[in-house]
Design a protein around this ligand. Structure first.
Ligand code: GLY
Length: 491
């Protein structure tokens, strides 16, 4: 059996590792944009091969696919999906675990995702406005003094999201200026590389609460969830600093997180199921792949969608793939043949923690973070009971060089999240830049301090959304204006 994997980050390293554990002993072939040493090793040890090139070029990937002739392809990142790589492979007779171009719109366009949720009245939706140009966005910002989240309307690598509270009337002018400035930045900077989408700026109502990621396999008929994971986006300890692709993530023993309850998990799965059904109605085709809800427990709805991913999260995928007991080749075959209802997802009964180690400069100055020789003592890390998944690094003339983003992710599992976190912390010293350049990571991810913070926040919003539910005003925003009366924004 042969499997073709597309992608070259830590998530793809974890996918390759899970595929290689299969009883079907597949040969792993990979198409990568950089030489990931972990994936290369798996390709070589299974008798496969790897190819370096533009993974977003459907023609290039199709040619490799035709040469390798795999039983199926597994597409790790979102951009190849947005560019039609799954479509090109399937046209060549290679079935894919990975959304077709049209279906990946659920991640690519945040405005499409919101419109879809409103059209099908799917719970966990937020009020929003999408703008094709910056002038209209600014006119809206000037007219409505609201607490908002300002976002690029396209998936832009997690960059450019800014949440602005606007509650003190005396700061209104200053807040408006901040919003206007950020709207311009989204238009001129974050959306500049993308000409494949008309909507440019998205304004959403602001919500608060603990975030979590629900990753699921789907064949378009059945949605099979994996254990919940929480990613930590801020660059620095205690949720400070710029947003990154994710500095580390936690998952609890079993399928829940310490701050998400069983009924909230089930409701979250229902939301993903409704979206998968809605996608089929819109496009007349079934989704074959991984779909993830990046969610928040909010006072407005309880489980609420912030974004969708048409893939595993990174690092979130690295929490669940190493503890996956169900054979990933068999899951993939069930996805492709639409027999997922026959599968059961089993995972080791462990809590997991993943922490990313990144060169200084990431995320805002990737130019500075790039090009440093780096050494990873894998054996020392394994002796501590942890594992390394390689990310933004490249093997160049036998040396490992940083690529400007998260270089490696260290995974550990244990009885509790706190224990797993401590195991990872012990391993960080075994990763270092050989030219003296600094590396950083977040020791607080998985600590009891941060866990308690999330649990307290969850309890606060849980009390409110359950009250709303009891009063029949879930998802509804109500203002009271003296002399005017009640204004209901949502029904
Ligand atoms: N961890 C966030 C993402 O995968 O986009």
């Amino acid at each position: 059996m042969k499997v073709l994997l597309i992608g070259s980050g830590s998530r793809e390293h974890a996918i390759a590792d899970a595929l290689a554990r299969s009883v079907h002993e597949p040969k792993i072939f990979a198409v990568m944009s950089n030489r990931n040493p972990g994936i290369i090793r798996i390709c070589e040890s299974t008798g496969g091969e790897y190819f370096i090139g533009k993974i977003t070029d459907p023609q290039f990937v199709r040619e490799i696919g035709e040469r390798v002739s795999p039983d199926f392809a597994f597409i790790g990142p979102e951009e190849p999906q947005f560019h039609g790589v799954s479509d090109a492979l399937e046209e060549a007779g290679i079935p894919c675990v990975g959304a077709r171009e049209k279906l990946s719109e659920i991640e690519r366009s945040k405005a499409f995702m919101r419109r879809l949720m409103w059209k099908y009245r799917i719970p966990g939706r937020l009020r929003f406005k999408a703008f094709k140009n910056v002038e209209e966005a600014i006119a809206y910002i000037k007219e409505y003094a609201e607490s908002i989240a300002l976002k690029p309307a396209r998936q832009a690598g997690g960059k450019g999201v800014k949440v602005i509270a606007d509650i003190q009337a005396y700061l209104r002018r200053e807040r408006t200026e901040v919003k206007e400035k950020h709207a311009k930045k989204i238009y001129e900077e974050h959306m500049k590389p993308y000409d494949d989408i008309e909507d440019k700026i998205l304004i959403e109502e602001k919500v608060d609460g603990p975030e979590y990621t629900l990753q699921c396999f789907t064949d378009g008929r059945t949605v099979l969830p994996l254990p919940l994971v929480q990613d930590n986006k801020n660059a620095f300890e205690m949720d400070i600093g710029p947003e990154t692709g994710g500095m580390g993530s936690i998952s609890g023993k079993g399928f829940l997180l310490p701050f998400i309850e069983e009924d909230e998990f089930r409701e979250s799965v229902k939301i993903v199921e409704s979206v998968v059904r809605a996608l089929e109605k819109e496009f007349g085709m079934r989704y074959h792949g991984v779909i993830s809800g990046q969610m928040m427990l909010t006072a407005l709805w309880g489980p609420t969608i912030i974004e969708f991913y048409s893939r595993f999260g990174d690092p979130e995928g690295v929490n669940v793939l190493p503890i996956l007991k169900t054979d990933l080749v068999e899951i993939s075959e069930a996805v492709i043949s639409e027999k997922l209802h026959k599968m059961k997802i089993e995972v080791e009964e462990k809590a997991t923690v993943v922490k990313a180690i990144a060169p200084q400069g990431y995320p805002n100055r990737r130019d500075l973070a790039k090009g440093h020789p780096i050494a990873v003592d894998e054996r020392a890390i394994e002796e501590q009971g942890a594992r390394v998944f390689y990310g933004s690094v490249n093997v160049d003339n036998g040396r490992l060089i940083t690529g400007g983003s998260r270089a490696v992710e260290i995974f550990a599992c244990a009885e509790t999240i706190e224990e797993a976190s401590k195991i990872v912390d012990k391993c960080v010293k075994y990763v270092r830049c050989l030219d003296g350049w600094g590396l950083f990571y977040r020791s607080d991810i998985g600590s009891s301090t941060l866990l308690h913070r999330r649990m307290e926040l969850a309890e606060l919003v849980r009390n409110v959304y359950r009250y709303r539910r009891s009063k029949g005003i879930i998802g509804i925003k109500i203002d009271w204006i003296p002399g005017v009366g009640k204004i209901v924004y949502e029904s």
